[in-house]
Design a protein. Structure first.
Length: 140
């Protein structure tokens, strides 16, 4: 990965590397404790992306009712894969415990996120900012 693409791409690549190191579960890895300095915090670093207008990027999961439950909107993501062209596969993290989540009004009220199987392909060069969140938000 070239380090001169853009800072969002570099940040997402770093997140992917950290998540991959934890998923390897190698006890002698130099990265083993980055997500778990004193206790295991999981395998996900959730984040939000901002477009060039400063607005949160959002995506929709379960469109058409493919799984049990309603269609949902989210601004929370987990990187699954990143390619050299700065394109990435992101899985959608669903806010839980808030009833109907509104991306515009309820972001600060989120207390838990759950992983989903819904993914989106994005060009990371289209974003100008990324905000990483605590791994403690993600429930397994």
């Amino acid at each position: 990965m070239s380090k001169d693409l853009n800072c969002v791409c570099d940040a997402v690549q770093n997140i992917a590397d950290l998540q991959d190191a934890v998923e390897d579960h190698c006890p002698t890895s130099c990265y083993e404790n980055l997500l778990a300095p004193t206790q295991f915090l999981g395998d996900t670093i959730p984040f939000m992306l901002f477009d060039k207008s400063g607005d949160l990027f959002k995506a929709f999961g379960n469109v058409g009712g493919l799984e049990a439950g309603d269609c949902f909107e989210t601004v929370f993501f987990r990187v699954e894969k990143i390619r050299n062209d700065c394109c990435a596969t992101l899985s959608l993290l669903r806010p839980t415990g808030n009833g109907d989540f509104d991306c515009k009004d309820d972001v600060c009220d989120v207390t838990a996120l759950e992983k989903t199987d819904f993914c989106i392909e994005v060009d990371l060069t289209c974003f100008c900012a990324i905000q990483c969140l605590s791994p403690r938000l993600v429930t397994n």
